[in-house]
Design a protein around this ligand. Structure first.
Ligand code: 5RP
Length: 227
């Protein structure tokens, strides 16, 4: 499968998810190359149909793109978001996800759990019916004593590496540990255990959060999960 075909799958998943949008919606806007196609489509809806869409972006990069397309930015809404649309690094058939390849997992999780509906858009390479874990699990940690936090996660059976040797800094001023636990048999348990490690800000496992997962295929799109 070449890159152009994957791009086309991302685009088709994004366009399919845009059918859930309505004029006036307050949207959770994810991060990544799949969501970029969605942002473009929202720009078209604003320009061609005169729609008004506002959003809480999950990263500075999505915020910048959204502003360029005329999407209003809301920072601290006082109500639930109508819909969150985001990408993922891996998805299983139960709707569990690994996210954080772009380092935006903390804001992505806050936005997702505070949305009425969460739609995930992926290309076929992200679908892992045999279990999550080929993609190294991103964990956001405080810089303070982060070597110790890394050791504590290692002792749980993972091999662990600071992203970009510790040079990658999240929008929240923290570091990312990319953790290899092998195939993750009980993602929800692992999420709970990792969250209990002091210094861990957020874990890139999203269990029970997605309502709908739309996957691009070579010939259109397929729903691989619906709650
Ligand atoms: C960012 C994320 C992204 O949703 C994930 O990395 C997928 O990105 P892409 O659509 O570029 O493959 O979790 O933190």
């Amino acid at each position: 499968m070449n890159l152009e075909m994957l791009e086309e799958e991302k685009r088709s998943a994004a366009i399919a998810s845009s059918k859930l949008l309505k004029d006036g919606m307050l949207l959770g806007l994810g991060t990544g190359s799949t969501v970029k196609f969605l942002i473009e489509e929202i720009g078209n809806l604003i320009n061609e149909k005169g729609w008004s869409i506002s959003c809480v972006p999950t990263s500075r990069s999505s915020e910048k793109l959204a502003r360029e397309k005329g999407i209003e930015i809301v920072e601290n809404p006082d109500r639930k978001l109508d819909l969150d649309i985001d990408g993922a690094d891996e998805a299983d058939s139960y709707g569990n996800l690994i996210k954080g390849g772009g380092g935006a997992l903390t804001r992505e999780k806050i936005v997702a759990v505070n949305s009425r509906k969460v739609c995930i858009i992926i290309d076929h390479s992200k679908y892992c019916p045999d279990g999550l874990g080929k993609f190294r699990l991103p964990v956001e940690v405080l810089p303070f004593m982060s070597n110790s936090t890394a050791e504590n996660i290692k002792s749980m059976g993972a091999s662990v590496a600071f992203r970009d040797g510790g040079k990658f800094v999240t929008d929240n001023g923290n570091l990312i540990l990319d953790c290899d636990f092998g195939i993750i048999k009980e993602p929800q348990n692992l999420e709970i255990k990792l969250k209990a490690v002091p210094g861990v800000v957020e874990v890139g496992l999203f269990c029970g959060i997605a309502d709908l997962i739309i996957m691009g295929t070579g010939s259109g799109t397929r729903e691989i999960f619906r709650k």
